[in-house]
Design a protein around this ligand. Structure first.
Ligand SMILES: Nc1ncnc2c1ncn2[C@@H]1O[C@H](COP(=O)(O)OP(=O)(O)OP(=O)(O)O)[C@@H](O)[C@H]1O
Ligand SMILES: [Mg+2]
Length: 333
């Protein structure tokens, strides 16, 4: 297929890992996606020795609801592995759940990594792979893999522009002839937008909500068309009374938060476009921008990027799983 792919798959790998800030996905060459759950672990430390009590989906419901002896942890922050021990626990849990534990010592793996990851960040992923007992691991660049998963013509002598909108990072890349021509990223994503919504309600309305409520609010958010703002009801705690309460706001109230978030992404897109050669620019002008990652599911993102850049912008099929689909293509090659 393409040069980069042949380098990646010099030795055939059986397992691929998309370790995201929000979700962990495991892909097997013969079965496709075999695990897709939140990147979360819950530990109990009754005897000062942390013991894994829940992980993935089971740990999700525990966020912000744990008694003192339980602790819910995310191994990644802003797209970067921060806690290798938690990551190793979660990966072993996922591998067990996927029934892939046999022959682990003979298994070669491919792992997605942000294109701008530092050497230390890359090394952390390789250390984790060694700690779970994998035979070897090869790192591949996430925006390139997302473009493969979105079925863009990555091999063609023609530019494809991809914006991979994850929970912790947003990566912009121009791809042509089987490789990345230019890439930039910013360590913001769905999680920082959730935080922005939480902060806004706190400061503006003196109203507290938790992580899950903020994420749900973001998913329910629809930008009001001119003159048609949507009413939203939010459950949380009023700072004025200290009591559980319902806050009623208009969707327009959140427009500012969302617009500020998207403006940071369009700044990166502009940077990339500024550094792109004229021929590649011409291709992008013709074919536009493709959005992948869970963040692409928010309709306002596509609308605002298209409006701000003036370029046709579309969301890939099954955007949240584009990296996983791309990794599967690498394994199958
Ligand atoms: N319908 C939706 N509307 C808006 N955002 C959504 C929607 N569905 C999922 N998301 C957001 O997408 C993000 C998860 O996407 P994804 O799984 O691509 O991230 P990730 O791979 O875990 O993160 P990263 O690659 O940045 O480390 C979360 O922030 C989630 O809230
Ligand atoms: Mg991701």
């Amino acid at each position: 297929m393409l040069q980069m792919m042949s380098l990646i798959s010099r030795r055939r790998s059986e397992l691929a890992i998309d370790f995201g800030t929000s979700n962990l996905r495991l892909i097997r060459r013969d079965e496709g996606i075999v695990f897709d759950e939140p990147s979360l672990c819950c530990f109990s430390d009754l005897d000062r020795v942390p013991i894994l009590t829940a992980a993935g989906t089971a740990a999700w419901a525990m966020i912000d609801r744990t008694p003192r002896q339980l602790d819910v942890r995310r191994p990644l922050r802003r797209g970067v592995l921060q806690d290798i021990r938690t990551a190793t626990h979660l990966l072993i849990y996922a591998i067990d759940r996927a029934g892939s534990r046999q022959r682990l010592a003979a298994t070669r793996a491919v792992i997605g990594v942000p294109a701008d990851a530092t050497q230390a960040e890359r090394q952390a992923l390789l250390t984790m792979a060694g700690d779970v007992g994998l035979r070897s691991a090869r790192l591949v660049s996430e925006p390139f893999v997302a473009a493969l998963g979105a079925e863009l013509p990555v091999d063609a002598p023609c530019a494809s522009m991809i914006v991979e909108c994850g929970a912790g990072t947003t990566e912009v890349a121009v791809i042509s002839l089987g490789g990345i021509c230019i890439t930039r990223s910013v360590r913001i994503g769905g999680a920082s937008l959730d935080q922005g919504i939480t902060d806004h309600l706190h400061l503006r309305h003196k109203f507290l909500i938790g992580q899950q409520s903020a994420e749900q609010l973001k998913k329910d958010y629809v930008r009001g068309k001119l003159g048609q703002p949507t009413p939203i009801q939010i459950r949380g705690r009023s700072l004025a009374t200290g009591l559980p309460a319902v806050l009623e706001i208009s969707s327009r109230d959140l427009d500012n938060v969302v617009e500020k978030h998207v403006a940071q992404i369009t700044d990166v897109i502009r940077d990339v476009l500024n550094a792109t050669s004229p021929e590649l620019s011409r291709d992008i002008h013709t074919h536009g921008i493709v959005l992948t990652g869970g963040g692409a599911l928010m309709a306002a993102l596509r609308e605002l990027i298209e409006h701000d850049t003036g370029l046709p912008t579309r969301v890939a099929n099954d955007p949240t799983r584009c990296v996983a689909h791309g990794l599967h293509r690498i394994l199958s090659h």
